[in-house]
Ligand binder design. Structure first.
Ligand SMILES: [Zn+2]
Length: 79
């Protein structure tokens, strides 16, 4: 018997802390895209990466902030 894994509904705009430290020294990332692959933006250096959801879920240590799920386009003024 195994308990069903706790599914956290990640949303765009979530800020998460990962177990691995990015080369820039930051462990905090913003979710920029959800789905089969997750898009993440490093809050230290701004680098963007795409990783599979399963890998992302294993890498997350803590959710620091919950986003509102609204996709924003960086570079556009205001909202
Ligand atoms: Zn970085």
């Amino acid at each position: 018997m195994s308990d069903p894994p706790e599914r956290i509904p990640y949303r765009i705009g979530d800020v998460v802390r990962l177990r691995k430290t990015h080369p820039c020294g930051s462990t905090d990332w913003e979710v920029t895209r959800t789905g089969i692959d997750f898009g993440l933006k490093c809050l230290g250096c701004g680098r963007r990466v795409m990783i599979p959801r399963t890998k992302f879920e294993r890498a997350v240590k803590q959710v620091l902030k919950h986003g509102d799920g609204i996709l924003r386009f960086p570079g556009l003024p205001g909202s």
